[in-house]
Design a protein around this ligand. Structure first.
Ligand SMILES: Nc1ncnc2c1ncn2[C@@H]1O[C@H](COP(=O)(O)OP(=O)(O)O)[C@@H](O)[C@H]1O
Ligand SMILES: [Mg+2]
Length: 347
């Protein structure tokens, strides 16, 4: 994805966008819109730890990009009144990197590891002991003379975030006391997200306008906030500054966001599935090659919403387009498009 237009709808954060995201991030559990289940469960975990005067169990947050995992990690630290240390799986290439991070923790700190499924093996193994016993074994020297020195670390809470909880190893997953599964947001929740962001960014939007943005945000707050900013640009340049429903519709047309909020990559995936592979089943790697994307991008960024929108099914034999997908592309679905329900294997 190189053209800026293609990025408008991607659920991934873009470079240069961090500042706005920081402004728009909810700072307290009470400010966090949606995810009622995860919020209630977390409230209990945090409150109980607070009463017992110990750091809470390690928390894993899982779900597609842009649903609020990083925001939630920051909220956990804020609610505990603890310092937050941030790193990511890909940054922890060597166990030494993690050892340095862990040995610098103060009691009660929250350590946030984003994309934790991408952590290197040696660092992951070090993490097991750290999570369980608040201890690391630092290996000094090489070969037969190498010794391992146990090092105490401060009791801390690990918050891990992942877009692929299935890619986590069993031992790592087992060491989290609580897993919050973040779900796509309802239109109503996204409407609240949009109105809140409009307030913060001082954008004038009417109720039908915000509902229209919400409906086309693919269940994802990051996308809702981004569309709002594109709509603001349009409203300021081509209209009188107010984001009405008409303005929203016209703006999203410019940015290639369709009626359902699907972007170019979504439509490319559906198009390839339907036109090149007759509706499937086809393997995700083949599908990714057909649209010129990485399989992980198709799998983690694109597919979750297509599945939830009922247009794509993941079956043991590959990806399959549903009748809704054919219809969305303006095509007549063949007689039998849906596989037997028994074939469905959705995570
Ligand atoms: N529940 C929410 N309420 C309001 N805004 C939210 C919410 N969740 C996410 N956002 C917005 O979406 C952006 C992306 O959220 P983030 O926590 O970075 O998602 P993730 O880490 O899951 O990719 C945030 O900067 C914030 O503006
Ligand atoms: Mg994040």
């Amino acid at each position: 994805m190189t053209e800026p237009d293609d990025e408008t709808l991607s659920a991934l954060a873009h470079t240069g966008e961090q500042d706005v995201e920081v402004t728009l991030r909810p700072k307290k559990l009470g400010e966090f819109i949606g995810q009622p289940r995860v919020r209630e469960q977390l409230e209990l975990v945090l409150e109980s730890a607070r009463r017992r005067g110990v750091p809470p169990d390690h928390v894993l947050l899982s779900g597609p990009p842009g649903l609020g995992k990083t925001s939630m990690a920051m909220i956990i630290a804020a609610e505990l009144g603890s310092a937050l240390r941030i790193t990511s799986g890909p940054a922890l290439e060597r166990a030494g990197d993690l050892a340095a991070m862990l040995s610098n923790l103060a009691p009660g700190d929250v350590l946030f590891i984003d994309e934790i499924h991408r952590i290197a093996r040696p660092a992951e193994e070090m993490l097991y002991l750290a999570m369980e016993d608040f201890r690391v074994d630092v290996v000094v020297g090489k070969g037969p003379g190498a010794t391992s020195i146990p090092l105490e670390i401060a009791p801390f809470t690990l918050v891990g975030a992942t877009t692929r909880s299935g890619a986590l190893t069993g031992p790592l997953r087992d060491r989290f006391g609580f897993t919050g599964q973040m779900e796509f947001y309802s239109d109503d929740e996204l409407d609240q997200v949009v109105r809140r962001a409009a307030r913060i960014l001082d954008i004038e939007i009417d109720p039908l306008g915000s509902a229209e943005i919400a409906r086309r945000s693919r269940g994802t707050p990051r996308i809702a906030n981004r569309l709002l900013r594109r709509v603001r640009d349009y409203a300021e340049v081509r209209a009188d500054g107010v984001a009405t429903k008409q303005v929203v519709r016209a703006a999203l047309e410019v940015y290639d966001v369709d009626e359902l909020g699907l972007d170019r990559l979504d439509r490319a995936v559906l198009g390839a599935l339907v036109k090149s592979f007759g509706g499937g089943p086809v393997g995700v790697s083949t599908l990714a090659v057909a649209v010129g994307e990485e399989p992980t991008t198709v799998e983690e960024v694109c597919e979750p919403y297509l599945v939830r929108a009922g247009m794509l099914a993941r079956t043991p034999r590959g990806r399959v387009a549903t009748a809704a997908a054919w219809e969305h592309l303006g095509l007549q679905p063949p007689e039998r498009v849906l596989p037997d329900p028994g074939l469905f294997d959705q995570p």
